[in-house]
Design a protein around this ligand. Sequence first.
Ligand code: MN
Length: 249
Amino acid sequence: MIPLILVTNDDGVHSHGITALQNAMAEVGDVYVVAPDRERSAVGHALTLHRPLKAEELRDRVFSVNGTPTDCVALGIHKILPRKPDLIASGINKGSNLGDDITYSGTVSAAMEGTLLGVSSFAISMAGDKPFMFDSALPFAKRIAGYILQKKLQSDILLNINVPNIPLDQIKGVSFTRQGKRVYDNAIQELLSPSGEQYYWIGGGKPVWGQSEANDIQAVMNGYVSVTPLHLDLTSYSSIEDLRNSWQD
Ligand code: MN
């Protein structure tokens, strides 16, 4: 049977990144696109509860939803696709989803939602700035999709892929990594409006990355495609015992 693939993102249904991913996934299976009607980057795992959602079919099997990436995955799986998909591909995001930043990411959250709903999922992002070389990511997106469909992932695992934003022939290969650490430095800019009012702008500074060990950040900086397996279980297992041992009754 031909695999059924749901493609979504957080940059919106009109982003070139999602069109590139749609075309790549079309070589692997039957593709439906269900994506936000506008950019919803950094909405995390938000779900829309307090207003109605609409899904508009823009073209054959391409749906625009006035909601978040997580809304799109839920609607796609439960209402729009003809059956439960075999794979969810989220991206290709304009910008990296590395280290601690993945906790804000709509791109990664869409893959998390897929995993929660029992569908193998991956998120894929271009690590770098405009102009984005989505073509460099396509062979890796196809390979990852093929791998997941063939080998399957553990039920609570999703893959977070970051592709260096460089020409394909300069990419050195694939590196399997752990999630890195972002060092927050000047993350909030304090500015004055023309009328003299103070205001704040989050995310104005350049990220500073921790360099302590081999991780997703170092992999892309060294020219490798980073593949980080993430799990939904956020429990710190070692801390359970620490807490028990140090708890004073
Ligand atoms: Mn985005």
